[in-house]
Structures are given as C-alpha cells and as structure tokens.
Design a protein. Structure first.
Length: 121
C-alpha cells in the first residue's frame, strides 16, 4: 500500500473530505488529491508530520512494516497479515524515508549500496 493509499484510507476513515484535510494542513485539495493518486511523490517530512497530526495518527502509519499474503492453507480469498520485522521507527528512519525521493540519483545509489552491503554481513 502506497503512502497515498494510506492517506486516503485514513482520511476516509475519519470522514474527512480532501478539502477538509487540505485546510487542516494548509494545502489545497488538489495537493491532497495528487498525493492520494500518486501523482506527486516525495512528500516532505514536514508534510508527513502535518498529515500525521491532522489524521490523528503517527508518522509511522505511512511506512508499511507488514505485508499481506494469501496462503493455500486458508480458505479462498482469505488474507493473512504477516509481520516482516518488528523494527521500531525512529526519527532518523522517518527522516530518511521522507527525504529519499528528493535525493539525486547518485545519493540514492550510495544509500542503496550501503543497504546492500549491510545485507551481506
């Protein structure tokens, strides 16, 4: 589930329109719409914090830490949620996630290389 999907899901859960959410975070409804549809990527850390506050949730809500998978052992169309890892989301990780889309390709390559090296150990 993308960040945009999570914004939309939480907004609808709270019964807010895009206009109302936009007013809460001082953005236009068009900006909210673009986030939800994935037209605008790279939401800033500040905007994620505003969204978390406006949507009465934590910034970690926007960072997926679980996935769903089907299982042959389950009844047809049943879904099972499986925790990938129980990693506490700290401010450094939240900041990195928010800033990553704004990085140039060389910076992204450096981060990707560091992650790849850490997996080899």
């Amino acid at each position: 589930m993308s960040i945009g999907d999570r914004i939309k899901e939480r907004r609808k859960y709270l019964g807010l329109t895009q206009i109302e959410l936009g007013q809460r975070i001082h953005k236009s409804s068009q900006v909210v719409s673009n986030w939800e549809r994935g037209y605008t990527t790279g939401i800033s850390a500040e905007d994620l914090q505003l969204l978390a506050h406006a949507l009465a949730t934590d910034i970690a809500f926007f960072v997926p830490n679980a996935y769903t998978a089907t299982s042959e052992a389950l009844e047809p169309n049943a879904l099972k949620t499986i925790q990938v890892q129980d990693i506490p989301i700290d401010s450094r990780l939240s900041s990195l996630i928010a800033e990553y889309p704004h990085l140039d390709e060389k910076s992204k390559d450096i981060i990707d290389a560091i992650v790849a090296l850490s997996k080899k150990e």
